[in-house]
Each structure stands twice: as structure tokens, then as C-alpha cells.
Design a protein around this ligand. Structure first.
Ligand code: SAM
Length: 280
């Protein structure tokens, strides 16, 4: 296993490894969460396919994809969390250490796949477009690619309050950031998400003009540990971009993608899911 140390994203990956190698549960997501993240892909689309995740973290997503019976399941990450992921996944997936912005190297190591996806990663790259390029290059002709990123739209509060804090505290030792900053902030975060869920229960409304309401209805279904994990995940990284729909439209407007296969969906009022199919 080679360990590239020269890439511009190494610091980001090392800091995320502090999160993933110390997470309370490496398979941190529920099946419902994973189905939501990968949709419009359905479990039947995964069956019998070769599938690659770019930026696989602790293997939490691959853990669920393994139950969908792919022909081959692989993940790439630049951080030492590859060891945590391989331990979680055992023989069900192969995890390699590599830089997802270096598609040529990955092509030599892994070849092209039927399906290639990246969830929660492109917005942490110094050059998000390079990660998108890898999605296109590592997907076979006729194959499908899919991604999820933080949106610029709907995230004014996060960009205005959380992001300035992230720029300060990502420099702290990880344990100080996790337990002295993220932990106390996770309590009001949990209280607000639960209040939003209660409000939804009382009013029946999935759309109210409250800050991050739709996102809160999503995360409010989970416990304190998950809120703490997400808060730390926000604060641990040196690089975060909030990506505009217009940028994704530009990316997808690529000759290699079948025009009517392209999709962009606004998710939880503050993120984008998008993807398409590569021409044969
Ligand atoms: C927020 S985590 C997402 C992990 C996983 N996809 C998930 O949703 O649980 C971002 C991951 O991207 C990885 N990463 C960042 N830059 C990378 C790069 N250039 N090449 C490979 N992995 C990278 C980090 O190490 C980290 O594990």
C-alpha cells in the first residue's frame, strides 16, 4: 500500500482520518440514510455491478452497499482511515490508499467501473473539479456516476457562522476540537433538530421558514452521538467549499455525459445530488 504524501489534499485526509479512526461506530449510517444518499440509484442497480467509492472514509457507505450484492466493491481514500474501512468491510470490499484527484494513477490500479460515486468528498478537495473528472474517467462507457456535495444555496447560516469557526478550530489537536468545541455545540444542535421534528409532528409541515428546517428533520431522527460526529466532521477539515448549482450544471455539461441522463437534485434544502451516464 503506497502512501502519497505530496498531494494538496493530504492535510484534509489526515484530519478526516482523526475523525474516522476515532468514530463511535465505523458503520455510522443507517440503511435509510445510505439509500437516500445514493438515490436515484436503487439497490437493484448495484446488484452484479463493479462499484467504486471515491473518498470512502471509514467504509460506512460501502458497508451498506455490500448488502446489495455488487460483483466488485472498491473504495479509495487518501487517509489512514483506509485501515479502519478495510477492518469494517473484511472481504466484502477492497480499499486502497490513493488520491482521487489523480485519475491516471487510479485507472492503472483499478481500471474503469460500472458505477462510480463520491458522497461528501468533492467539496473538501482543493480542486473539486478534479474529483469530478475522476468520477467521469473511472466510470466505464455506458456506466453511471453519482455525487453528493454541500450546496452554496440554503447554507447561509453555516457559511456565516460554522465556517469561520471551522477555519479557526481545525488547527487544534483533534481531541480538543472534538471534545472541547464540537461536543458542547452538539447539544444545542440536537435540541434544535428535535424541536424541528416536534414542530413537524405538530404541524405536519415539511417546509417551514425556519433555518435549515428540512436538514434538521433529517438529522433529528438520529441520536446525540450522530450529531456530535457530524459537528466534528464540519469542524475538523481545513478545506470546505459550498458549491453552486450553476457550477454543477457546468460540470455536467460535458460531451462525455449522455444529455438526458443528467440530474441535479436539491437535498434537505442545503446540498446537491447529481450524476448521469457516460456515453457508450
Ligand atoms: C466527509 S468524508 C466522507 C467519507 C465517506 N464518503 C462518507 O460519506 O462517509 C471525506 C473523505 O474524503 C477523503 N479525501 C479528501 N481528499 C481526498 C483525496 N484527494 N483523495 C482521496 N480521498 C480524499 C478524506 O480522507 C475523507 O475520508
Amino acid at each position: 500500500m503506497t502512501t502519497p504524501r505530496t498531494t494538496v489534499d493530504q492535510e484534509t485526509a489526515d484530519k478526516f482520518a482523526n475523525s474516522w479512526n476515532n468514530v463511535y461506530n465505523p458503520s455510522v449510517y443507517t440503511r435509510e440514510q445510505v439509500l437516500d444518499w445514493i438515490s436515484p440509484w436503487q439497490p437493484d442497480d448495484i446488484r452484479g455491478q463493479s462499484v467504486l467509492e471515491l473518498g470512502s472514509g471509514s467504509g460506512a457507505l460501502l458497508h451498506h452497499l455490500a448488502t446489495m450484492k455488487p460483483k466488485l466493491l472498491q473504495g479509495v481514500d487518501l487517509g489512514s482511515s483506509v485501515n479502519t474501512a478495510q477492518k469494517l468491510l473484511g472481504n466484502s470490499a477492497k480499499i486502497i490508499r490513493g488520491d482521487i484527484t489523480q485519475h491516471q494513477k487510479l485507472l492503472e490500479q483499478l481500471g474503469q467501473q460500472d458505477r462510480c460515486y463520491s458522497i461528501g468528498v468533492l467539496h473538501h478537495l482543493k480542486q473539486p473539479r478534479d474529483g469530478f473528472e475522476s468520477l467521469l474517467r473511472l466510470t466505464k462507457k455506458g456506466g453511471h456516476f453519482h455525487a453528493w456535495v454541500y450546496a452554496h444555496e440554503g447554507n447561509a447560516l453555516i457559511r456565516g457562522l460554522v465556517d469561520p469557526l471551522r477555519k479557526l478550530v481545525n488547527h487544534l489537536p483533534w481531541w480538543l476540537n472534538k471534545y472541547a468545541v464540537a461536543w458542547p455545540l452538539s447539544w444545542p444542535f440536537l435540541a434544535y433538530s428535535k424541536i424541528c421534528c416536534l414542530t413537524q409532528g405538530l404541524t405536519g409541515k415539511h417546509d417551514l421558514p425556519l433555518p435549515l428546517y428540512r436538514y434538521m428533520l433529517w438529522i433529528g431522527q438520529r441520536d446525540f452521538h450522530f450529531h456530535h460526529h457530524v459537528a466534528f466532521d464540519q469542524l475538523v477539515t481545513p478545506t470546505t467549499h459550498y458549491i453552486r448549482r450553476s457550477t454543477i450544471e457546468l460540470w455536467l455539461n460535458d460531451d462525455r455525459v449522455i444529455p438526458n441522463s443528467r440530474y441535479i437534485e436539491f437535498r434537505n434544502g442545503n446540498s446537491w445530488k447529481f450524476g448521469g451516464q457516460i456515453k457508450s
